[in-house]
Design a protein around this ligand. Structure first.
Ligand SMILES: NC(=O)c1ccc[n+]([C@@H]2O[C@H](COP(=O)([O-])OP(=O)(O)OC[C@H]3O[C@@H](n4cnc5c(N)ncnc54)[C@H](O)[C@@H]3O)[C@@H](O)[C@H]2O)c1
Length: 376
């Protein structure tokens, strides 16, 4: 199939390369000309295991090209994946949807043939029908349908998660849209990947609800770690004990600094904001507390990664531990700067046990991140 991927950031660059790997003809589009030039020469603008190899292979084969032109995408593709950012709006808990709206408007005004637009960006529930109406108003006689296909990849595992996802969720409004998405993902479906075809609202919610759940799990174990701290219990052993319960699971149960990065905080807040708009503020009050608890924990800058929270030396108060942690983190940061590597950035859930990935030499823009992966 002929596919365009609009927005070639972390999600889009990986998606474009992986769609080419699945055998499609792909055009990656971004407004950032520098990024497009790098990608077109087969260079990944950030480090992601396996991406550089996939890019080189796909660009050399001619199955993957890049452009800054939405008009070229409109002319080229049967299916357009929209992968632009949805950051938190300044001064609000809401998601900024302006990048998606710009892309919908830009594509719609250039369309010359029928096509399927597929949102992959993370959006609050109710966004897709609103965008579909916007699209319909702009496209006149052309049949341009909108579907939603939320993305669950984790940074650090993005290629693996795209080529071997746990599940594929699509929100569709027609059998034709469903058939087109089944065709896009045919090799993955043939390999047995679960495929859930549903309505737009459920697909949109699948992503934000998943991230709200993961954030809650991280905050839960961090709250429990405070109780461990006060009682001399070992939070790592406790997490293992809980994690062996198949109803609970061990992932996202590592006490530490709390979750961070580009997705979980903004997604939890966007979920709260949308539920509040729907008159459901009480239903999501606990998520506000999860967010506030997490933020205060991160402000406190807890102990360094790799250290058992529950085994603090005797006779030193919590404040002393935090101050000591600040000193260690400052030393760590200064050492990283000397090595020329970035510090922090869009990190993943702050896992106490998470290691850090050093950026390979020569790859600009690569970020240190938790092994647990930030994506989400
Ligand atoms: N990064 C992840 O691991 C991940 C995982 C799952 C879901 N998501 C979601 O995917 C979306 C994108 O995330 P990301 O991390 O790739 O963001 P990003 O900031 O890395 O990339 C967004 C890209 O969109 C481009 N862009 C913005 N406006 C554009 C326009 N009008 N035309 C063309 N290109 C435009 C930007 O230049 C940028 O390259 C977000 O909604 C995010 O929540 C991200």
């Amino acid at each position: 199939m002929r596919i365009s991927v609009i927005g070639t950031g972390h999600l889009g660059a990986v998606h474009a390369a992986c769609m080419a790997e699945l055998g499609h003809d792909v055009l990656g589009v971004d407004k950032d000309a520098e990024k497009i030039a790098a990608l077109a020469s087969g260079q990944a603008p950030f480090y992601e295991p396996g991406l550089a190899e996939l890019l080189v292979k796909a660009v050399r084969s001619g199955r993957l090209r890049f452009s800054t032109s939405l008009a070229e995408a409109a002319e080229f593709a049967d299916v357009h994946f929209v992968c632009v950012g949805t950051p938190q709006l300044a001064g609000s808990l809401k998601a900024d949807l302006s990048h998606i709206e710009t892309v919908i408007d830009g594509l719609a005004s250039n369309l010359t043939r029928d096509c399927l637009l597929v949102g992959k960006s993370t959006v609050p529930v109710g966004t897709a029908p609103r965008l579909a109406a916007r699209l319909a108003a702009l496209t006149g006689g052309i049949n341009a349908t909108l579907a939603w296909n939320p993305e669950f990849l984790r940074e650090g595992f993005a290629v693996q998660d795209t080529l071997r996802p746990d599940r594929i969720i699509v929100g569709v409004t027609s059998a034709e849209a469903d058939a087109a998405l089944r065709a896009v993902y045919a090799p993955l479906l043939a390999a047995g990947t679960p495929y859930i075809s549903t309505d737009l609202a459920t697909a949109e919610l699948a992503k934000l609800a998943a991230n709200a759940f993961l954030a809650t799990k991280v905050s839960f174990i961090n709250a429990v770690s405070d109780v461990c701290e006060a009682t001399g219990a070992d939070v790592v052993t406790l997490a293992d004990a809980l994690g062996h319960d198949s109803r609970i699971g061990r992932q996202f149960l590592s006490a530490g600094l709390g979750y961070g990065g580009g997705c979980l905080p903004k997604d939890v807040r966007a979920f709260v904001a949308r539920a509040t708009e729907l008159g459901l503020a009480d239903s999501v009050r606990f998520l506000r507390e999860v967010d506030e608890f997490n933020s205060s924990r991160r402000r406190m800058a807890g102990p360094r990664p790799g250290r058992r929270l529950s085994r603090q030396p005797e006779g030193r108060g919590a404040r002393g531990h935090v101050q000591a942690a600040h000193r260690r983190r400052a030393r760590f940061a200064s050492a990283q700067c000397r090595q020329g590597g970035p510090v922090g950035g869009r990190d993943g859930p702050g896992s106490r046990s998470a290691g850090h990935r050093q950026r390979p030499a020569g790859l600009p823009g690569a970020r240190l991140r938790d092994r647990a992966g930030k994506g989400l």
